[in-house]
Design a protein around this ligand. Structure first.
Ligand code: C2E
Ligand code: MG
Ligand code: MG
Length: 405
């Protein structure tokens, strides 16, 4: 009897659903629903009507002029109707006989900004003379809770639309630049490459990992990474050989298999791909397969943030990288913290055994530097050795002694 106008289930859906069931049971009625007004219709969002699912379903809708709501809102019908037969207007509406409706309790859902959103409603095919003002009061409380949930959900939707629009603008307008942070050999003390780090334009400033996380949460992460990467990797052309350029990519972006085309024509043997991912990878076989053409073109593979969590160790075992980047958290106070030193030493030992290189990230103090050097770390990166800077500054540094030296 109702035609469909489906909308996806909402965030506050289950709270409202539980509320509907509680009110319906409390009032001893057969049907409870929350509706919203949309284009001259009332759309049923959540419905609790056990056994009557064929009669009314979430997503169904009815023209407003057929139902009680406009009459209730205009004061022509009361919110509480224990017996529709006792009210000439209710009795005369075709829907009363069609459903049928014997008893009806319905209150408007008003949003905090005053807008009438829809109705919180219970009905029964039979009259229910026991319904009273207290029942109506209970219904009002639940309608307020529903209004609160709906307002929260609408605010969330608005915020996520705004985030999406901002992402869109960033991608279309290429509102990002890059900083290049030097990577040095510790013995001799020389700049040998750079990591490209993205900087997004929109204010307030947010670190790149936050931007990428937000984009991934909105299902646009790979797209954003590729847009950024497309430009980042071009910098390798302008770096003096043999300096290399390290760039970041998540497994999802690697799995998109669009990197090979993106790197075409570049000196791939001077590129390092840093796998940045803190969560588990479901299918290493697929990731290895996607990496294969890149590695055979000479691109080196680095595992970023090693020691930051279980997954980075999994990546190391499964992907057999050329480079392991010790996470900044492990580097911080490595000179004073025996546990960190032990883990860093274990990773250095592992790197030697498997013929891969260690790059320690985020070195900030001379003591950390000395401790890492003593552990046999061959390369480093961090504010002590050089802050991320522009490309011109990066070009100057190649082959030169580091700022600290
Ligand atoms: P990451 O790849 O581990 O990059 C290292 C981060 O540590 C950078 O932060 C860098 O500026 C910062 N850093 C370097 N040395 C020091 C230090 O001595 N002390 C401290 N406190 N920090 C240091 P940034 O640039 O904010 O990047 C954060 C993360 O965002 C990166 O971590 C990477 O996961 C991601 N990211 C950055 N650019 C890109 C990009 O172009 N593509 C992708 N997919 N991810 C990126
Ligand atoms: Mg990195
Ligand atoms: Mg890192």
């Amino acid at each position: 009897m109702f035609d469909g106008l489906m909308k996806p289930a909402s965030a506050g859906h289950s709270t409202i659903q539980r509320g509907l069931e509680a009110v319906r049971r409390h009032l001893g009625m057969e049907v409870a629903y929350v509706s919203r007004f949309e284009g001259g219709r009332t759309v049923f969002r959540e419905v609790d009507a056990p056994g009557l699912e064929g009669l009314i379903r979430p997503g169904d809708s009815r023209p407003l002029h057929e139902v009680y709501c406009p009459h209730i809102l205009a004061g022509r019908l009361p919110e509480l109707i224990p017996d529709t037969g006792a009210l000439p207007l209710a009795a005369s509406l075709p829907i009363t006989r069609a459903v049928p409706i014997g008893a009806h309790v319905s209150v408007p859902i008003q949003l905090p900004d005053g807008r009438a959103y829809g109705m919180f409603c219970c009905l029964s095919p039979h009259p229910n003379p026991s319904l009273n003002a207290r029942d109506l009061q209970v219904m009002r409380v639940f309608a307020e809770v529903a209004a609160h949930e709906i307002a929260r959900e609408m605010a969330e939707e608005e915020a996520s639309e705004a985030r999406l629009a901002e992402l869109e603008a960033v991608m279309e307008g290429r509102l990002f630049t890059f900083r290049f942070q030097p990577i040095l050999t510790l013995q001799p003390f020389q700049v040998v490459g750079f990591e490209a780090l993205c900087r997004f334009g929109p204010e307030p400033y947010r670190t790149p990992d936050l931007w990428f996380a937000a984009a991934h949460a909105a299902g646009r992460g790979v797209e954003l990474e590729l847009a950024v990467l497309r430009r980042a990797v071009q910098a390798v052309r302008r770096l003096k050989a043999p300096a290399f350029l390290s760039f970041n990519a998540s497994p999802a972006t690697i799995l998109s298999r669009r990197l090979t085309a993106l790197l075409a024509g570049l000196p791939t043997e001077r590129l390092v791909l840093e796998v940045t991912e803190h969560s588990q990878v479901a299918d290493y076989e697929a990731l290895r397969a996607a990496l294969a053409p890149l590695r055979s073109a000479g691109v080196k593979l680095a595992i970023d943030d090693a020691g930051a969590g279980y997954s980075s160790l999994q990546h190391i075992l499964q992907l057999q990288p050329d480079i392991i980047k010790l996470d900044m958290g492990l580097v911080r106070d490595v000179d004073r913290d025996p546990a960190k030193r032990a883990l860093a030493a274990a990773l250095c030992f592992f790197a030697r055994e498997t013929d891969c290189q260690i790059v320690a990230e985020g070195i900030e103090t001379e003591a950390e530097f000395a401790a890492l050097e003593a552990l046999g770390v061959s390369r480093g990166q961090g504010y002590l050795l050089g802050r991320p800077g522009d490309l011109a500054a990066a070009q100057e540094m190649v082959g030169a002694a580091a700022p600290m030296g």
